[in-house]
Structures are given as structure tokens and as C-alpha cells.
Design a binder for this molecule. Structure first.
Ligand SMILES: [Zn+2]
Length: 567
């Protein structure tokens, strides 16, 4: 008797949780037939979801969801696949993703000879004088060194020989350095006589000749001569970028720093209801006129295009030794990197951002940069405690932290916006830059941050890496490179659990953008943004995670991407 009443009580409770709301007796879309992870602690897995007007109206058992189906309802049978809240990319560059589709993708080249061969191919198809652009090369990943090496990097002579008349500019995978041929340098007026005392460096050989490598700030010497695309070209780039995201299951995208011109383009797409996914955009902190305009205007908080954050840089990247360290590089004892702008400027922007209601997101890679940024954040919070109650300031990358600074993220409420995939790709060579002690202490320390109570949000920094969340998820839960090397994983105590990794791409990612009331979990009232995977990311054996495919991307209750149209 006792058992029976317990059972009926459970039944009643479940029934109560699953009664469809009376206000909607039909749904626009009903999804069932697979495992649906909600990220809602009260009900972590449900059988079915119903959608109306672009929002979730029901999540629970299949029966009551099916009761909402009528002749106009789109019914999706998951056929045993898994669905999660729509994936949120927390740090990437939408126009860069689109642009890469139109440029040479050099991310898979094995050495300098291959780079030259790819450019030689492109020269054959190029119009006279047309710029040949590419990105994604990384000398630390090559299987052989070029003949001439200056400071660890190739020199332009062989490249210039295959493209004497077309300027060539190839950006490093990190985005923090560029490689130009002789024609590009001629157009930019760069020669042995060029004096450059700005930030970064023009690399030179022993005769004082520029080698074609332009590091950090010096890259703009070349980049500013590359003609900007027409409006049609920029529209094409945006559309290619959005398609690529939707193909990868991304329903919401945090764009890490865009110019006034790109924001104008996004606004026009928003007005024409042509944005395929939700954008949350950081204003480029390089443009003080743009910032001033938005301070006066205030944040734009919108279902499709939110502008409420500012992107700043505090240092460069580890690969080019531009990351700012407390102690010198292990493999370059006289270099410690450098700040990419005065810290006082970052402090000033923090102050203004708090005043006007914007988040601040600062790129910081090295332990010195992270410390200095935390210091600036702290000063700003202390100066305006009322405004700083729920600031959601973020450090982008937070790759390498000193032991004393790890706990400060949670203490100050600073979000660690990290990229699981960076660890997989960079750890094999980052060890040379930092040495094992610093790596163990503070490099890519997701678990230390999580355990201290900080929020860690995930992403790819595409086009630095592909915008593929499955690769990034795999790296986050295994700490293994994708190429199968280091099979046991690096510093595996810092792995995320499967649920932590899922959270870093959904609910916590939403928190990083103030969006958790609207997205990040499958709960009634939130946007009907979902990602359907070919298999269950939580349960599939580790060695099969990378075989997972995105089968469907649903944004606002609309199927925006479907791999197999028969599904
Ligand atoms: Zn970035």
C-alpha cells in the first residue's frame, strides 16, 4: 500500500510538471524521439519539446507534447539522436570566418614549401595586381624548417619569386602576425630604410632587409593597404560566415570585436530580418569614435543583434611571443612579451563601460597581461560599486595565469572566456614557450577556475580554429590534440566533465552575454534554439566523440540547417 501511494505521488508530480500550459493548445513545432538535454537542473533530460512563436512552450513527456500537434505543426522525430540547447560560440569573428571561405586556407599546410605552392596556384587564377590573401599558417606546426629562418620564422624570397606582380599577404593562425611578399612590401613602402618604432616588430635579416614577417601592431603597415571589399563582397562574407556557423550547430554567436562598418552591415541585416543566427557583438575598442557614439546611445539589447560589450587587447599571442609574461619566455630568455596598449587606457574604458552599462572583454594571454587586466577591472569595480554589482566583465582567452590570480576570477566575478580547442592545438608547442612548471601551474586551467567558482565559457576563436564545437568539446573533455598525439591527454586533472563542457557552450555561455533568461537551456519561455547531434555527446565513448556530426540547427523554432533532408 505504501509503495503504491509513493508511486502515485510520483506520477502526480510528474503529471503536474508536464501539463501543457493552457494558453497554447497547438504548437508550431514538436520535437521528440531522442535524448533531449535541457541544462535545466530540475529536469535535465526530457522526451519532447514544443515550440510556438519561436519560443519553447513545453518541455517534458512525449504524450502531452504530441497533444499540441495539429495539421500545421512541424513534427520532428529525432530518431534516437540527441538534442541540446542551441550552441553558443562565446568568442569568434564572424566576418573572419566568412573571409576565410574566400581566401587561401593555410591551416593544413605541412611546411613553407606547401605555402609557396598554394600561392603559386592562386597566382595562376588571379587578375593582374590582385591581392592574394590567406590565413591560418603556423610555423610551429611545420614538419620541416625553411632554408632561411629569422627568429624562428620563414623569409619571403621564395614566396616573392612565385608571385612577382601580385601582392601577397598571409596572416598567421593566431591573427597576431602577417607574412608579406616583396610586391606587398613595395606597395606599403617598406624597405631596409623603413623606421618602425610602433608596437610589434618588422622582422629583419642580418643585412637589415625586412623578411616579410610583421608581428603584432606592425602588421597594420601592410594590412592597411589591402583594399576593402565592396558592400556586395562584405554581404557575401557575412552570409558565408553565418552559413558556416549554422552548419556547425551555432545558434548564437559572440563576435569578438567589430568595426563601425561591420556593425552597420549587421544592423541592416537585422532590420531586413536576414540574420540567420543571433549575434552579440563587442565593439572594437580600437575605435574611440565608435565607443563614444555607443556610450551616448547606450547598449542595444535585442533578440537578434545585441551590442553591449567592448573588446580590448592587453597583449599578443604565445606563438609569436607577443603574450605578456611575468617572467621571460623559456625558449627566449630575453623576451617577456609586451602590453599591446597602456593599461591606463584599459582602466579608462572599464570606467566608462560601467558608467554606460557595457561589458568589457579584454584579450589577455600571458600571466602578466591577465594580472594587469584583473587589476584594472578591480579598480573600476571599487570605484563604482553600485554599477559593478552585475558587470559580467570578461577576460578573453585567459590562457596562462599565475597561481595567485586564478582565484581572482571568481572573487571579482570575472568570466573566463576560454577556447578548449586552443589547448589541443597549442599545448604541444606552448610547452617550449612556458616550460612545464608554468604550464602545470596556470595554462588552460579550466578545472582550477571552475572549482574556484568562476564561470568558464567556451568557443573556438574562429577563424583561428574552425568554428566546429565538436572538436572543441572533445578537447575540453579529453585535453588531447585532434591529431591523435598525446593520447593520454595533457594535464588531465584540468579536463572538464561532459556536462561542464556542455554547460560552457550553452547555459554559462549565455550568462557570459547576460542572455541566460532568454537562452542556454531548454525551458518554457526561452528561445526555441536547439542543436541536434548525430549521437549523444554525453554518453558516446570518448574515442567516438569526434565522429559526432551536427544534424540540425534550429533557431527561433526554424530549421536553419539540416544535414540529411530526410530526417
Ligand atoms: Zn579572437
Amino acid at each position: 500500500m505504501k509503495n503504491l501511494s509513493t508511486l502515485s505521488l510520483i506520477f502526480l508530480l510528474l503529471f503536474a510538471c508536464n501539463t501543457p500550459p493552457e494558453t497554447s493548445d497547438t504548437a508550431d513545432m514538436v520535437i521528440f524521439g531522442g535524448t533531449i538535454y535541457t541544462m535545466d537542473e530540475a529536469m535535465p533530460v526530457v522526451e519532447a519539446v514544443a515550440v510556438k512563436g519561436g519560443k519553447i512552450v513545453f518541455a517534458g513527456f512525449e504524450e502531452p507534447a504530441k497533444a499540441l500537434v495539429d495539421s500545421n505543426t512541424q513534427v520532428i522525430d529525432l530518431q534516437g539522436k540527441a538534442m541540446t540547447p542551441g550552441f553558443i560560440e562565446s568568442h569568434a569573428h564572424l566576418m573572419g570566418i566568412g573571409q576565410l571561405k574566400r581566401q587561401l586556407d593555410l591551416s593544413d599546410i605541412k611546411n613553407y614549401r606547401e605555402m609557396v605552392a598554394r600561392v603559386a596556384e592562386a597566382v595562376k587564377k588571379a587578375k593582374p595586381g590582385e591581392w592574394i590573401l590567406g590565413r591560418g599558417w603556423h610555423q610551429s606546426k611545420w614538419d620541416e624548417l625553411p632554408e632561411k629562418v629569422v627568429k624562428g620564422f620563414q623569409s619571403h624570397e621564395t614566396l616573392s619569386a612565385v608571385s612577382p606582380d601580385n601582392p601577397v599577404y598571409l596572416r598567421h593562425a593566431s591573427g597576431h602576425a602577417g607574412f608579406a611578399n616583396a610586391k606587398a612590401m613595395e606597395i606599403a613602402g617598406i624597405s631596409a630604410d623603413t623606421d618602425y618604432d610602433g608596437r610589434g616588430e618588422v622582422f629583419r635579416d642580418e643585412n637589415g632587409q625586412p623578411t616579410g614577417i610583421f608581428n603584432e601592431g606592425a602588421a597594420s603597415l601592410i594590412a592597411r593597404h589591402i583594399p576593402e571589399g565592396s558592400l556586395e563582397v562584405r554581404q557575401e562574407i557575412l552570409e558565408l560566415g553565418m552559413q558556416e556557423c549554422l552548419k556547425n550547430g551555432i545558434t548564437s554567436f559572440c563576435d569578438a570585436g567589430e568595426s563601425a562598418k561591420t556593425i552597420e552591415l549587421y544592423q541592416s541585416y537585422r532590420e531586413q530580418e536576414k540574420l540567420g543566427l543571433r549575434l552579440w557583438v563587442m565593439l572594437s575598442g580600437h575605435d574611440s569614435v565608435l565607443l563614444e557614439k555607443w556610450y551616448q546611445k547606450g547598449p542595444q539589447i535585442d533578440d537578434w543583434l545585441t551590442i553591449r560589450a567592448i573588446k580590448l587587447y592587453s597583449d599578443g599571442a604565445l606563438g609569436s611571443r607577443g603574450a605578456w609574461l611575468l617572467a621571460p619566455y623559456t625558449d627566449a630568455p630575453d623576451i617577456s612579451g609586451e602590453p599591446s596598449q597602456p593599461m591606463a587606457h584599459i582602466g579608462e574604458v572599464c570606467h566608462q563601460a560601467l558608467t554606460y552599462g557595457f561589458q568589457v572583454c579584454v584579450h589577455a594571454i600571458g600571466d602578466r597581461a591577465n594580472r594587469e587586466v584583473l587589476d584594472q577591472f578591480q579598480k573600476a569595480f571599487e570605484a563604482q560599486p553600485e554599477k559593478a554589482k552585475d558587470h559580467r566583465f570578461r577576460i578573453e582567452h585567459a590562457q596562462h595565469l599565475s597561481r595567485e590570480d586564478i582565484g581572482r576570477f571568481a572573487e571579482l566575478g570575472v568570466i573566463a572566456s576560454m577556447q578548449g580547442i586552443h589547448m589541443a592545438s597549442d599545448r604541444p608547442w606552448a610547452i617550449h614557450r612556458l616550460g612545464i612548471d608554468r604550464i602545470k601551474e596556470g595554462a588552460y586551467v579550466w578545472q582550477k577556475l571552475l572549482q574556484s567558482g568562476a564561470k568558464v565559457i567556451n568557443g573556438t576563436d574562429a577563424p583561428v580554429e574552425p568554428v566546429n564545437p565538436i572538436n572543441c568539446y572533445y578537447a575540453s573533455v579529453t585535453r588531447r590534440p585532434l591529431d591523435g598525439s598525446a593520447e593520454e591527454g595533457y594535464e588531465v586533472d584540468q579536463r572538464m566533465s561532459r556536462m561542464e563542457a556542455l554547460r560552457s557552450y550553452t547555459l554559462d555561455a549565455a550568462f557570459g552575454a547576460f542572455d541566460e533568461p532568454k537562452m542556454g537551456s531548454i525551458q518554457v519561455g526561452k528561445f526555441a534554439d536547439f542543436t541536434v547531434f548525430s549521437q549523444d555527446l554525453i554518453k558516446v565513448p570518448v574515442n567516438e566523440i569526434l565522429e559526432t556530426r551536427v544534424d540540425m540547427t534550429i533557431v527561433g523554432g526554424e530549421v536553419k540547417f539540416q544535414r540529411d533532408k530526410n530526417m
